[in-house]
Design a protein around this ligand. Structure first.
Ligand code: FE
Length: 209
């Protein structure tokens, strides 16, 4: 009779090899399993996706930034304790994680990543873009942020320091961009249109046309 090790080890190795490497395939496999076991319903998944993709999107984050741009005191609170400042805004639900707001200035540019997986402030920015979850972005933005940002079309002067923030399941980051001069005089509702998802991740600058 074979001992326990001889029987189990090849099976474990085989299972690990057969795991799909693509996150999308892995998600599909988990979803299928949960549906088969009747632990979730397709309609519930669709409702959650619709909520984050269409109803939340990056609009909540944009509202936070727009408020910070027009209300100096709110901006101070946002930069010192983002979690409680964000909770002052009634339309945004409680965050299930802590959040830090990092401010772009004339000399510092911030960019956010999750090197381990894909931690992201969902309740502020909606569903993360696929590039945010990619191995390439996660590995490269920490090693060569200036080059990666230039590939996004964001060419920063060598004089600007780039700070890369690594998110975790407990702690997420929100980039507070600089308000461009062209945005002076615009009201909160108009400002929101120019504050995009990528601006709040740090891979783009605000463009007011
Ligand atoms: Fe993560």
């Amino acid at each position: 009779m074979k001992n326990q090790k001889e029987i189990e080890y090849p099976d474990v190795a085989l299972n690990h090899r057969s795991l799909p490497s693509d996150p999308e395939l892995r998600v599909r496999a988990i979803e299928t399993l949960l549906l088969e076991k009747k632990l979730i319903k397709t309609e519930s998944i669709d409702a959650i996706i619709d909520l984050y993709e269409n109803k939340i999107g990056p609009i909540n984050g944009a509202k936070v930034i727009a408020r910070a741009w027009i209300d100096k005191k709110f901006k101070e609170r946002l930069l010192s304790d983002a979690r409680s400042a964000i909770q002052e805004l009634p339309y945004i639900g409680k965050q299930g994680y802590n959040i830090i707001a990092v401010e772009n200035t004339k000399t510092v540019h911030n960019v956010v990543v999750c090197t381990l997986c894909s931690c992201y402030p969902w309740s502020l920015l909606g569903i993360p873009p696929s590039w945010y979850k990619s191995d390439q972005y996660r590995a490269r933005v920490v090693r060569e942020p200036r080059k990666v940002l230039s590939e996004f079309g964001l060419k920063l002067s060598e004089k600007i320091e780039i700070r890369v923030w690594d998110s975790t399941s407990e702690l997420r980051y929100l980039v507070v961009p600089e308000k461009p001069k062209e945005a002076d005089g615009l009201v909160e509702k108009e400002l929101v249109k120019y504050i995009t998802r990528d601006v709040m991740i740090g891979t783009a600058l605000v463009k007011v046309s």
